[in-house]
Design a protein around this ligand. Structure first.
Ligand SMILES: *[C@@H]1O[C@H](CO)[C@@H](O)[C@H](O)[C@H]1NC(C)=O
Ligand SMILES: *[C@@H]1O[C@H](CO)[C@@H](O)[C@H](O)[C@H]1NC(C)=O
Ligand SMILES: *[C@@H]1O[C@H](CO)[C@@H](O)[C@H](O)[C@H]1NC(C)=O
Ligand SMILES: *[C@@H]1O[C@H](CO)[C@@H](O)[C@H](O)[C@H]1NC(C)=O
Ligand SMILES: *[C@@H]1O[C@H](CO)[C@@H](O)[C@H](O)[C@H]1NC(C)=O
Ligand SMILES: *[C@@H]1O[C@H](CO)[C@@H](O)[C@H](O)[C@H]1NC(C)=O
Length: 610
């Protein structure tokens, strides 16, 4: 008797185990069928309920055929929402690939928390909402890029110590980047979201392209983070902490950081500090020097404080601003861009006035010459398509120009950074015509002696109603041109690269490159990371020579319909502007006329609006 019991027990156990296996496989099958019935799909994904789940398209089972371990349905035309309590029930699943479908809505949280899940590839769908907060710590690959996820990256991502790849680019995620575990992480891409704050130091080793397209993100490998000082004290400049930022840094602090020992600011700040000290307890200003504030020329310091005239902004006629330099340096500021002439800041004064401040570097002229040039700028700058200088400041150590703040951004950023909502054809023509008129005005003023010298799309600023104005007129002669042409040489005429002398005809060339840029949607300037040089004029000429004209145009424009002829006419104008021989290029007056012929200004209803 006993013997038989011992023989029967294992058998019973075996049967029990087998039954459980079937139950689990059946449960997996049921979950998959529920998933598929809720999600419309292409015909080729047909799962027959009378056949084994392990033979279904896109399904892989464990080696003993006891559980479903992988689902791979890339590009299978799956449409709609993934239902909760379907895929999440597959608790032996290790790989889930649903990339390149049209899944939308929220991602059910039960998928991320499947304990066995290791690879999640759901990129290139249209999923939205927040990413699930709970996630299995065994995950090695997460790719949710090219969806529409919003909210923060879940803090739980910081605990994923087996993660090798994390791709979240092209979503609309916000907030800070969690302190990810980078031990095994060899691919990271968070680009093109709305993340903010500073990049955790452990992530410094990834390339800038892992983070680009998050305008409020700072720190290595992107731009430095600037700090905010609650009081106007230069020593408050320390790297900012994520989430601790309440206010933008003041222009004075930024400049102080940039200059390091810049005498002007030290003087001003010293003066401020001394004033405070005097008011408070009538102590000697010299005690400040003992506090580690470095000043190289103490004698300048005294004279700087006494001669009020030295710290004055020079206002141009018609300027309605009433702030002084001190107000300006106290304004909160952010960097708008760094160019060949210097750095540009957006400064918001205490009373809410917003201006643009350009800090010139490498100024080669003396004060007299500078003032003379500023007078020229003032005289010529009266034109709706030329951005006027409102005021300036000149001292030995610091040269500042003050402009109106123009809210529409630059032509360059609107062409290259805001895709797919780029400018339509009618708008591009309107902008280019305005810019052409502005340059023609500069060329005709002062008996034809003025040159712009630095025409490029980032110097074309747009008003909110998308009219273009040319900025930086008058600066080129003040600035030392670098010996090695910078990467921005993309706009420079061939003769300028050789002789380093600009002319009105070289302005025409640069404008021609700008026209090519708006026709092709390609930038003639390479990003700093790219080593290979892209010569836009030469590329266009070679494509056009082989009669593949349509190939050169921006795909976004081809959507506009019925504008091919206009595109070709504009292309001809651009090619005339970039003619090799300067004398054969048209004048800016002629260019204005040619653009008006391409698209008469009164036919301003964009055909794409229909
Ligand atoms: C499953 O059922 C379909 C009809 O519903 C039939 O055509 C097919 O032959 C069946 N397959 C198996 C393996 O029984
Ligand atoms: C993405 O989903 C949203 C709704 O969540 C919908 O309005 C939109 O049309 C979808 N986009 C595509 C490309 O399917
Ligand atoms: C992303 O979602 C927003 C709303 O949350 C919607 O307006 C937008 O169209 C979506 N983007 C795509 C590409 O579907
Ligand atoms: C990703 O986002 C960037 C910036 O918005 C855009 O240039 C790029 O075309 C996007 N990629 C796709 C496939 O949508
Ligand atoms: C990031 O953006 C959020 C709003 O989306 C804001 O509350 C937070 O203060 C920002 N953090 C930083 C460091 O700028
Ligand atoms: C991240 O994705 C963007 C596209 O959105 C791409 O341009 C960039 O090269 C990628 N960076 C890395 C490090 O893969």
């Amino acid at each position: 008797m006993r013997c038989t019991v011992f023989r029967v027990l294992p058998l019973l156990l075996q049967i029990l185990v087998a039954a459980r296996v079937f139950a689990d496989l059946d449960a997996d099958k049921q979950a998959l069928l529920e998933f598929l019935s809720a999600v419309p799909h292409r015909r080729k994904v047909s799962w027959a309920s009378n056949s084994s789940v392990c033979t279904w398209v896109g399904i892989t089972c464990s080696p003993d055929a006891s559980r479903v371990t992988a689902i791979r349905l890339p590009g299978s035309g799956l449409i709609g929402q993934i239902p909760e309590n379907t895929l999440g029930k597959l608790d032996a699943l290790t790989i889930l690939s649903l990339r390149s479908n049209r899944l939308s809505g929220n991602l059910p949280p039960d998928i991320f928390s499947i304990p066995s899940i290791r690879i999640i590839n759901i990129q290139r769908n249209n999923l939205s909402g927040e990413m699930p907060q709970l996630i299995s710590t065994r995950v090695t690959v997460i790719d949710l890029s090219y969806n529409n996820f919003s909210g923060r990256i879940p803090p739980a991502f910081a605990n994923l110590d087996r993660l090798t790849m994390l791709n979240l680019q092209n979503n609309t995620l916000t907030g800070p980047i969690p302190d990810l575990n980078v031990e095994r992480l060899n691919q990271l891409n968070l680009s093109y979201n709305n993340l903010n704050g500073s990049i955790p130091s452990a992530l410094n080793k990834y390339p800038a392209s892992s983070f680009v397209g998050n305008l409020q993100l700072c720190g290595k490998p992107l731009n430095e983070c600037y700090v905010i000082s609650p009081s106007p004290s230069p020593s408050a400049a320390v790297p900012s902490m994520p989430g601790k930022r309440s206010k933008r840094p003041s222009l004075g602090v930024i400049i102080a950081i940039a200059v390091g020992g810049g005498a002007l600011l030290l003087l001003l700040l010293l003066a401020l500090v001394i004033c405070c000290f005097k008011k408070k307890d009538d102590k000697e200003g010299t005690s400040v020097k003992g506090k580690g504030v470095r000043t190289e020329k103490p004698e300048d310091f005294g004279s700087g404080v006494q001669s009020a005239e030295k710290n004055k902004l020079v206002y141009f006629e018609g300027c309605s601003y009433s702030f002084d330099l001190e107000d300006l340096l106290k304004a909160s500021a952010e960097v708008l861009g760094k160019g060949s002439c210097g750095t540009t800041y957006k400064a918001i004064l205490e009373d809410g006035t917003t201006v643009v401040v350009k800090r010139l570097k490498e100024v080669v002229t003396e004060k007299r010459e500078f003032e003379q040039q500023m007078e020229n700028v003032q005289r010529v700058g009266h034109h709706p398509n030329v951005i006027p200088v409102r005021a300036y400041y000149f001292s030995k150590d610091e040269k500042l120009l003050i402009y109106d703040y123009i809210a529409g951004g630059s032509f360059s950023s609107r062409l290259h950074e805001s895709r797919p909502q780029t400018l339509n054809w009618a708008t591009r023509v309107k902008i280019s015509l305005g810019v052409a008129k502005g340059i023609a005005h500069i060329h005709s003023a002062g008996g034809g002696k003025f040159i712009h010298g630095n025409i490029k799309s980032s110097n074309v600023l747009l008003t909110p109603d998308l009219n273009g104005g040319i900025a930086e007129f008058g600066l080129a002669p003040l600035i030392r041109t670098p010996a090695v042409p910078p990467r921005s040489a993309g706009y420079r005429a061939p003769e300028v690269i050789k002789t380093r002398k600009t002319t009105q005809k070289s302005d025409v060339y640069s404008f021609g490159v700008l026209l090519l840029e708006m026709l092709t949607g390609k930038s003639p300037i390479q990003s700093p990371q790219r080593e290979d040089v892209f010569d836009l004029p030469r590329w266009v000429q070679s494509v056009v020579r082989e009669e593949w004209t349509a190939e050169v145009f921006d795909e976004e424009l081809l959507k506009d319909g019925n504008i091919e002829e206009e595109l070709v006419e504009m292309l001809k104008t651009a090619l005339a502007c970039i003619a090799r021989m300067p004398d054969t290029r048209p004048s800016m007056e002629e260019v204005v006329r040619l653009i008006e012929e391409v698209r008469p200004p009164d036919s301003d209803n964009p055909p794409s609006s229909s």
